[in-house]
Design a binder for this molecule. Structure first.
Ligand SMILES: C[S@@+](CC[C@H](N)C(=O)[O-])C[C@H]1O[C@@H](n2cnc3c(N)ncnc32)[C@H](O)[C@@H]1O
Length: 323
């Protein structure tokens, strides 16, 4: 067995011109909304890790505990092959699964290049027996995985924790699940985490913690636009709200203009009246049944399901319906 010392890294981050186009499209919409991945520069990734440690935000703790406790069962259900993780973050959740599964290779995908590189280098040190290939990309736009020797001739399985599918609208989520089915290929399985609906007060507190970390995370989006797209937004001129929208089963995380203002970003001017919102992120909450109504037409069927004792969230093992 060859022990690996350094993961390989491929950088397919969207070019500045593509970011500018996405921002102009998003600011031209009603309500104004930007792709959630723009929240994750290096500082955004650091702040997201801090959100996971806030007492109000239980998702990270509960899902990590479930993954730790059930790693052996989950590995047996996935089976051999390459493990591809979508939106891998700090790579904390995958450790026990790697230990139990010993995949032919591990391929974390994330938009946040420096954070991915550092997290993957740390993980490689802890798991030198698993070859790793980190890919910085927008996974929602990835038609195929790069042709790379680590990915050749192996069955591919997906890992998508954190309920990140909730950042996409239902039609986008369905398209993403179809894309994952194509990208992973025949015989693949997808282990996906979904967060279930909860009382409004709990969800609003989870996305607007008392320490203000969620608010800082959302405002960092404006700092990022200023830096990367020559913006002049004043983060202190926007309040932050997290609101449960029951009719859509989602939390809206919004930056609300506190005055009438004209801002400039990505080469254009944008008028905000006092109270106008910029949606930083939606987080949809699904029952298992509602989620399967998206996943089944996208080519997946339910294999197994694991939940925490309080039923806050579930890990679903999806199997490609054609295999
Ligand atoms: C909510 S965090 C979840 C992190 C980790 N999977 C977890 O469960 O704790 C979302 C992660 O996905 C990444 N991300 C968000 N949108 C992305 C996209 N479209 N393409 C690639 N990475 C994305 C972010 O950088 C971040 O690390």
């Amino acid at each position: 067995m060859t022990l690996q010392t350094r993961p390989q890294l491929i950088n397919l981050h969207p070019a500045p011109a593509d970011m500018a186009r996405l921002v102009r499209e998003g600011l031209g919409r009603h309500p104004r909304q930007l792709p959630a991945w723009l929240l994750y520069d290096a500082e955004g990734s650091r702040l997201f890790e801090a959100i996971g440690q806030q007492p109000e935000y239980s998702l990270t703790r509960v899902e990590t505990a479930l993954l730790d406790q059930r790693a052996g069962e989950l590995a047996a259900a996935l089976g051999p092959g390459v493990l591809v993780e979508f939106g891998a973050g700090n790579l904390r959740k995958v450790g026990p699964l790697l230990e139990a599964l010993r995949p032919a290779a591990y391929v974390p995908l994330d938009i946040s290049a420096r954070h991915l590189e550092q997290s993957c280098a740390d993980l490689q040190t802890r798991h030198p027996q698993v070859p790793m290939l980190a890919i910085c990309c927008d996974y929602s736009q990835l038609a195929d995985l790069p042709a790379h020797p680590l990915l050749q001739g192996q069955r591919r399985h997906g890992f998508y924790p954190g309920s990140s599918i909730g950042n996409f609208s239902p039609p986008e989520a369905r398209a993403l699940l179809e894309q994952f089915a194509r990208l992973l290929g025949p015989g693949s399985r997808l282990l996906i985490g979904i967060d279930h609906p909860k009382p409004a007060e709990r969800l609003e507190a989870a996305y607007n913690d008392a320490a203000g970390v969620s608010a800082a995370f959302a405002r960092n989006l404006l700092v990022r636009l200023n830096r990367d797209l020559a913006g002049n937004l004043d983060p202190t001129a926007f309040a932050y709200v997290a609101r449960w929208e029951a009719s859509h089963s989602r939390v809206a995380m919004a930056l609300v203009s506190s005055c009438a203002q004209t801002v400039s970003v990505a080469g254009q001017h944008w008028r905000f009246a006092a109270g106008d919102e910029l949606i930083a992120e939606y987080s949809l909450k699904y029952s298992t049944e509602a989620f399967l109504q998206l996943a089944q037409p996208a080519g997946w069927r339910l294999g197994q399901r694991w939940s925490d004792p309080a039923g806050e969230l579930s890990l679903l093992l999806l199997e490609r319906a054609d295999s």
